[in-house]
Design a protein around this ligand. Structure first.
Ligand code: ARG
Length: 719
């Protein structure tokens, strides 16, 4: 055994002069199933003669420089030619493959038998732990570590298993492009420590890991075209690099590194998704000799139980996507399905992540999906002190719109002032009693010495603040259709009117966020009617809405267009400036109403009915009106104040003010977002609130229908 724990240097064993490879003759090679994108549509497409000729030419090329041993090909196992997948060889050990696809699993006993007879110590991965040998695990010939691809064939869990089993440093690289499903299709470590690879095959973290591990001058990134020609799928023997296709530029770059590329046509095997490196298995791989102690690893694993409406709300599917999209992996350990629709289900998952940071990311996302993560709940929240005013600690927990509880001093406290994009500040219990308080704060408002929640331990997020699973489901289907037909608009208007009427009757709070389009589309008359009838408790907007409303009230135009005839009025472009000037002379809109200058329109009604409004800023130089707040931080605070206690927010054709408002609003508040542009209307629905309702239609038309329906409802008796 060459990997005896007794030998304690970081040196490598010198490689023998003449390397040895194992190949499998292509007697039974064909394409008879599809287990990678290359094979799709290629069933029965390979041709015997070129198959034999190409394999033979590769064999000769290798046999000229190395010893080649052969395994007897087995009938019915067409992919057995790809001997790279048989095992990972490290010294005298052969770590056998566990194929992901049933089609290749029957190869396993053949490889086991041959390698055992050849004298290798056989190590087998546990059942279900997919690992595809030297197709995914590539020893670095220049250092005691190996690169390993995961995410398509081999599992992330196998990276960890391998690291512990053979005590070697494993660098896990996540493959994200299905065409490069094995690591050897897109990465080749060379003897001098350089690395030929196709960056596009990896996720961001993996690319960074490569860049941090291999210094820039040693990296040879290749273009997509070369990668698709299997240029990375190369066999190195001394200075020779045997590969399939290679662009002249890449040949030049490799020559400049002292290598001699040899290109062999292997298109018959490419039909099955393999080329030179896939067709050989190196048998004399030096076992890396490590210093004492376990190999370094950043791999983390956590078992969590997720509880909630795993099916109806699509929670489980979204949880699994969140795990894989972040670069993690999961295994289901236990599952308890609820008996009835309203029952919750529980799933116990073993989650694996390549780094602790990715684990945090995954757990944070699971938390936001609304599952209760039991293990996190058992921990106290982790708190870190703020070091500088207005700056949060690095791994701060970022809040969502959903009610959040924090586990402090052995009790659960509900955070006050829930909103998204904030941090959780925990205020100490004064003398232990009353208990600690938690509240949501903006980063800019943090003060030195305050304690902020970091990570995701000790947090509980409640995504279902109203209604049961069944009602939510209906809500979901309703809003998942992006474009509303006329009939849908009518139905939506009826539903909104009904809710507004109920809120109005119980003296609740409805807040309006509106853009100037409300005036251009002629909706302002209807909006004024809503105010008159007491359906609006506050209005949030910018400078423009007020300017256009006043222009309309004073001159009947909106940006110079006559709102009656739709024609441009001579000299009308000055109207909005004159409107601003008139209001400035009065000292403000309130004064203009009092002085009898402003006698109609939305703002006239707001003033008359004493409805608060906040106009947040203007970047245009044609204002501002005296009421417009040009200090945006102060305006944000005023928005937040006016939103307190709102039960419904009606967002009318205003993208930025609506999004800003949405972020300040906790879950549970009904959001109705009307816009002619589906992207804007659905944008707010996407923030994870099941209470947002996008209505894609003209806002003037919407208001017209809404007011008519509200008038109808107002004349009926309360049920
Ligand atoms: N058809 C085979 C498969 O999909 C091709 C294997 C190629 N081997 C490799 N080391 N990349 O498994």
């Amino acid at each position: 055994m060459t990997s005896q724990p007794g030998a304690q240097t970081d040196r490598h064993q010198p490689l023998p002069e003449r390397p040895t490879f194992l190949m499998c003759p292509p007697d039974h090679f064909e394409i008879s199933y599809e287990i990678n994108p290359w094979m799709e549509g290629n069933i029965g497409q390979s041709r015997r003669e070129p198959v034999v000729a190409q394999w033979r030419a590769l064999y000769d090329e290798i046999a000229a420089r190395a010893a080649v041993e052969l395994i007897e090909p087995a009938r019915g196992l067409p992919d057995m030619v790809f001997s790279a997948n048989a095992a990972l060889i490290l010294g005298r050990r052969a770590i056998l493959a566990r194929f992901r696809h049933a089609e290749r699993r029957p190869e396993e006993p053949h490889w086991r038998q041959w390698l055992a007879r050849r004298g290798f110590e056989i190590i087998e991965p546990p059942e279900g732990l997919y690992f595809e040998g030297a197709g995914d695990a590539l020893p670095d010939p220049s250092a005691p570590r190996l690169w390993m691809g995961y995410g398509i064939r081999s599992l992330l869990e196998a990276c960890d298993w391998l690291a512990r089993t053979v005590n070697i440093e494993v660098l896990p690289l996540r493959l994200v492009d299905r065409r490069f499903y094995h690591l050897d299709t897109c990465l080749r470590p060379l003897a001098d420590g350089s690395l030929v690879y196709y960056p596009g095959a990896f996720d961001e973290r993996s690319r960074r890991l490569i860049e941090e591990t291999v210094p820039e001058p040693m990296r040879v990134p290749v273009e997509e075209a070369d990668a698709l020609g299997f240029a990375c799928n190369a066999v190195q023997i001394g200075r020779t690099l045997i590969t399939s296709r290679c662009s002249p530029e890449l040949v030049e770059r490799l020559r400049a590194r002292g290598l001699e590329p040899v290109c062999k046509e292997l298109d018959q095997f490419m039909l099955a998704g393999g080329a030179a490196h896939c067709l050989v298995l190196r048998l004399d791989v030096a076992a890396p000799v490590r210093a004492r102690g376990p190999a370094a690893t950043t791999y983390v694993r956590r078992v969590v139980a997720l509880r909630g409406h795993l099916f109806d709300a699509g929670l489980l599917a979204r949880a699994m996507d969140a795990i894989t999209d972040a670069g993690g992996s999961h295994e289901t350990l236990e599952f308890h399905a609820g008996q009835r629709r309203e029952d919750e289900s529980t799933v116990r998952l073993a989650i694996a992540a390549p780094t602790p940071a990715i684990m945090e990311l995954i757990l944070g996302q699971l938390l936001q999906l609304g599952g209760v993560i039991e293990e996190l709940v058992e921990q106290p929240a982790r708190l870190t002190e703020v070091e500088a005013d207005g700056v949060a600690p690095d791994d701060f927990y970022c809040t969502t719109i959903h009610p959040t509880e924090v586990h402090v001093d052995g009790t659960w406290v509900l955070a006050e002032g829930q909103r998204m994009d904030g941090v959780l500040v925990v205020e100490p219990a004064a003398g232990g009693d009353p208990p600690a308080r938690a509240r949501v704060a903006l980063i800019r408002d943090l003060r030195r010495g305050q304690r902020v929640v970091v990570g995701v331990d000790g947090l509980r997020v409640h995504t279902r603040s109203r209604g049961g699973a069944i009602e939510d489901q209906e809500e979901f289907t309703f809003m998942s259709s992006a474009v509303s037909s006329e009939r849908r608009v009518e139905l939506a208007v009826d539903a909104v009117a009904w809710e507004m009427d109920r809120i109005h009757r119980r003296g609740g709070r409805i807040v309006l966020v509106a853009g100037p389009v409300v005036v251009h589309t002629g909706g302002v008359t209807h909006l004024s009617e809503l105010v008159r009838r007491g359906y609006v408790q506050a209005l949030l907007s910018g400078n423009a809405l007020a300017v256009h409303d006043v222009e309309h009230a004073l001159y009947g135009t909106s940006l110079g267009i006559d709102m009656h005839s739709g024609l441009t009025v001579h000299g009308g472009h000055r109207h909005h400036l004159r409107a601003i000037n008139t209001i400035r002379r009065c000292g403000g809109m309130r004064q203009a109403v009092e002085q009898g200058v402003l006698t109609s329109g939305l703002f006239y009604e707001l003033v008359r009915h004493d409805v608060s409004f906040c106009l947040a800023g203007s970047i245009r130089d044609d204002g501002p009106l005296p009421e417009t707040m040009m200090d945006l931080v102060a305006a944000q605070a005023e928005y937040a104040r006016l939103l307190q206690g709102a039960e419904m927010i009606l967002m009318l054709s205003s993208m930025l003010h609506a999004i800003g408002t949405g972020n300040m609003t906790p879950a549970g508040v009904r959001l109705v977002c009307v816009d002619i542009n589906p992207a804007v209307a659905t944008k707010l629905a996407d923030r994870g609130s099941i209470e947002s309702r996008p209505i894609v239609t003209d806002v003037g038309l919407f208001l017209h229908l809404l007011v008519a329906q509200i008038e109808r409802l107002a004349t009926t008796e309360p049920q």
